[in-house]
Design a protein around this ligand. Sequence first.
Ligand SMILES: [Zn+2]
Length: 355
Amino acid sequence: MISTLISYPIRVFLLLCFLSLVVFAQKVERISVGVDKHLYRVYITLTHPSWFKFIKDPKRDLLIIKVPNDKKFEREFYSVLIKGSKNLITLLVKNPKLDVYRAKAIKRYRTIVVLIPFKNTRNAPYKIVIDPGHGGKDSGAIYGGVKEKVVNYQIALKLYHLLKEDPRFKPYLTRWGDRYISLAGRQKFTAKVGADLFISIHANANPYNPNRRGVEFYVLSDKGIRLKIRDLVEHPEHAKAFFSETIAHNRYLTKEVAKTTLEITQDEGEEFARILQHLWCINLRNLIPCGGIYKRAFAVLKVPGVPAILVEVGYLSNPTDRKILLNPSDQWKIARTLYRAILEYFDLKPLKEGK
Ligand SMILES: [Zn+2]
């Protein structure tokens, strides 16, 4: 028999090895969710009782549980995305009614219970960051004496006023007036606000083909995601602009959290782009021709966790588009279409009919 061939200390050692294997093969056995009037609860049951660490990042709507876990999973309940990766469970709270600031986690034997209270205010407004492209020393494209930065700002300001009149929104502009703001500055501002949606407004130009017309929509590319993750992992000082200190100072946490949140930026950005494209094709196609949705690694689109889009509202290098983009009543039409896309994205009805 083997047992008689192995000495007692070695048997004890092997037993310990086996036990530690069991402990380290810890995984999430079950996830369930409960919702009542005041609380949203997530129950995460593990195969064994174990330690855990709870990290909150309310600005990014993130809850993180560091816990021994070997199983990958991804589920969404009531707009809370629950993602499991190695030794980490990430909860991305997309439901705007939930108060991430007041969230907490407790342990009951093998189960970690995450409690997220509902916000006290009945309707916390959606924060929309509008980004008029270029500004100050950076004019953007210039055609026929028209500077892109001016057109971008005029349209952005009209969208700002439409959102300002609607109590369900709190709009922000990345720049007021003709000021130069760096791309990093625009990203940091959007992260600081904790925006629910980011819209960058630009006007296009094609120096080789003045006949080129139409709107184009840009969302974050896979390459953009990869580059941003690498930048944040290699530079904790950059990561600090987007995540809490605890996350920014841990490379593994930064990597996992950046991936999850940037995928949201991309997915949700695409969803908004599809809505806007559809509305544009219905409402504005006789004004400025409808165009496609493209993926790019533009800097302003890389704010983790914030759905982001860049709209090239038309071609300044084309005389027809240029005339329309300069016309205040057409600018209002563009701003109104953007506003209606925002309503549809958040599943809201117009305030009043008409107009
Ligand atoms: Zn531009």
